[in-house]
Design a protein around this ligand. Structure first.
Ligand code: FES
Length: 65
């Protein structure tokens, strides 16, 4: 699904960037160009980032527990 129409960035690309270490909105903007024009993709990008970080934290918790 397209998240950023200005740059043609999909949720899959955003998730891949997060998996590769982009764990802030600034890093995602620098790597992909999301939120660099109209900014309408900011809320969805933030939601995807928080969801991915939460999943990562849960996975780490269950590996340790
Ligand atoms: Fe992402 Fe416009 S939709 S900058």
């Amino acid at each position: 699904m397209y998240v950023c129409l200005c740059q043609g960035i999909t949720d899959r690309q955003i998730r891949q960037s997060i998996d590769e270490g982009a764990d802030t909105l600034r890093a995602l903007r620098q790597q992909l160009g999301v939120m660099s024009q109209c900014g309408k993709c900011g809320c969805m990008t933030k939601e995807l980032l928080l969801q991915a970080l939460d999943e990562r934290q849960s996975a780490t918790y269950y590996q340790v527990a």
